[in-house]
Design a protein around this ligand. Sequence first.
Ligand SMILES: NC(=O)c1ccc[n+]([C@@H]2O[C@H](COP(=O)([O-])OP(=O)(O)OC[C@H]3O[C@@H](n4cnc5c(N)ncnc54)[C@H](O)[C@@H]3O)[C@@H](O)[C@H]2O)c1
Length: 364
Amino acid sequence: MMENSSSLLGAAVLGLGRMGATHVEAAKASPFIRRVIGYEPSAETAAERGRELGIATTSNLDEILGDPALQLIYIASPNETHCDLTVQALRAGKAVLCEKPMGTSLTEAQRMLQTQRETDGFLQIGFELRYSRIYRKVKEWIDAGTIGRPLNSHCDYYCSEGHGRGSWRSNSPTSLIAEKLCHYLDLVRWWFGDEVVEVYALAAPNAVGYFRHADNHQICCRYRGGAISSLTFFMHTAQTFHGDPLQDMLAQQCDDGHRLTYLIYGAGGAIETDVFRRRARRWEFIEAADKLHSHLVETVTYPPEEDLLWIHNTHGQNIAVAQGVAQGKRPFPAADDSYESMRLVFAAELSEREHRLVQLSELP
Ligand SMILES: NC(=O)c1ccc[n+]([C@@H]2O[C@H](COP(=O)([O-])OP(=O)(O)OC[C@H]3O[C@@H](n4cnc5c(N)ncnc54)[C@H](O)[C@@H]3O)[C@@H](O)[C@H]2O)c1
């Protein structure tokens, strides 16, 4: 659908690394955006990335913040910069899609939310798994009542160390609970439609020696309505895939210890998602006279070329944000919803630090 050119947006992308490039691509593809400009703090990097991405760039942030023709800002810079950039952009009257995490501390997350409230601005945090088809399918099945009230969910996430020695991620003190697992904690809150009241988290000694943070976690949550969830994460699975174009990378990784699955159970059935098998399934439980019977009733699969749409739909999220801002809609998820996920993240960090069960009511 083409928009009237007077209602088209100008967009800026702050941080032109890997994720910044995805934001630029989505902005260019959006029928709601007429102009994209990029920002990098170093003039040299700005010029270089501008050439590579085919967009105008600047290393002067004020040029972006002071330009009324730029209404939408995508923030794709390192985590430590999210809070300040979001606050500046909201105060300058811009709509903001800021990559997760929503700040690197509860104080930063609060500052971001507070600024959104004071300005009544558009602030969306990049919880893009809520736009990814495999996880939307889970939401659809739960909301349709196919498993009854969700009671128990478990996520297994075993992945390779992809951050690299010396990268900002490896050097960052931000925990992987905030940097990575915020997505996977946020999903369950969304699916259950309920808030976590208590959390207990543990980490074993690191396997990756050069991280400034833990590389593994086990996190247990209890929800207000009584449901529970757990998540096991380990970031040191050796990658055995060596780029053979005739082999399916995910199929190979299934057998070398990589795993990203959820199992969600209710009294009436169960749901499983399995990213490495490109599959979501659901079962219905039928109470017969003798015992409980289980029937596999639906299996959803997708081809490798649709991987991103199903498991990491950043592109779809960005396109939706441009449309939403152009049409005056509110963000999904709302900023206060994302803040709740970050409260859970920081409560889990606190639990791990202090080796104790943490009540979410302890946090503001
Ligand atoms: N939603 C997701 O699934 C997902 C996936 C990957 C990354 N991310 C998030 O995106 C952000 C960027 O990650 P990345 O992988 O693109 O990192 P990256 O290192 O590839 O890129 C970051 C870029 O930001 C630039 N930068 C540094 N300081 C800056 C500042 N003050 N202002 C603006 N730009 C600055 C760097 O020069 C670099 O080009 C991170 O917050 C990360 O958590 C989200």
